[in-house]
Design a protein around this ligand. Structure first.
Ligand code: GRF
Length: 185
């Protein structure tokens, strides 16, 4: 049987992408899609010979147009699953139509609490004693799709944003590969 092909979408540092590479998942990361040309995640992909499709959304007339271009790339490469890892855009109907129930995301809070940007900071500033990490399916909303897995992370009185962020990322890097492994088996 040929290996399952997946794509990762990321816009930033790519530490979750790196965790997937390091986890030696039973699938082939066929493409990294990055909407911020030059992001650190691109370097990580190149080091491991993962093909990259970088694009500037501004170079396309519409969201539909760039999503159509992405879908063409994915279908040419026979990609079956999409894993979002710090892709900082809402997914639109074109991608959702092509990959319904085959597209998941990781978010650094216990959804439905603290969706959107700076979820770690939102929880920290709210004085929460606990936050966490969620892996969920993508729908048209902002971090609203059905939840697949969650893990909580305590917030200690002596935490700073940095210490909390570090612990959250550690949990992300374990949880995301674990969930992916279960989903694709
Ligand atoms: C992670 O915290 C992830 O949960 C969120 O964006 C961040 C991406 O970090 N969606 P990285 O680029 O994987 O380091």
């Amino acid at each position: 049987m040929s290996e399952l092909k997946v794509a990762v979408f990321a816009s930033g540092s790519g530490s979750n992408f790196q965790a997937m590479l390091d986890a030696a998942l039973p699938c082939r990361i066929e493409l990294l899609v990055c909407d911020k040309p030059g992001a650190k995640v691109v370097e990580r992909a190149k080091k491991k010979d993962v093909p990259v499709w970088e694009f500037s959304p501004q170079a396309f007339p519409s969201k539909e147009a760039y999503e159509q271009a992405i879908v063409e790339q994915l279908q040419e490469r026979k990609v079956e699953w999409i894993f979002l890892a710090g892709y900082m855009r809402l997914v639109g109907p074109v991608l959702l139509g092509a990959y319904a129930n085959r597209m998941i995301n990781i978010h650094p809070s216990l959804l439905p609490k603290f969706p959107g940007l700076d979820a770690i900071g939102q929880a920290f500033r709210a004085g929460e004693r606990e936050t966490g990490v969620t892996v969920h399916y993508i729908d048209e909303g902002m971090d609203t799709g059905p939840i697949i897995a969650q893990e909580s992370v305590d917030i200690y009185p002596n935490d700073t944003m940095e210490t909390l962020e570090t612990r959250i990322h550690q949990v992300e890097h374990m949880l995301y590969p674990q969930v992916i492994r279960k989903l694709i088996k």
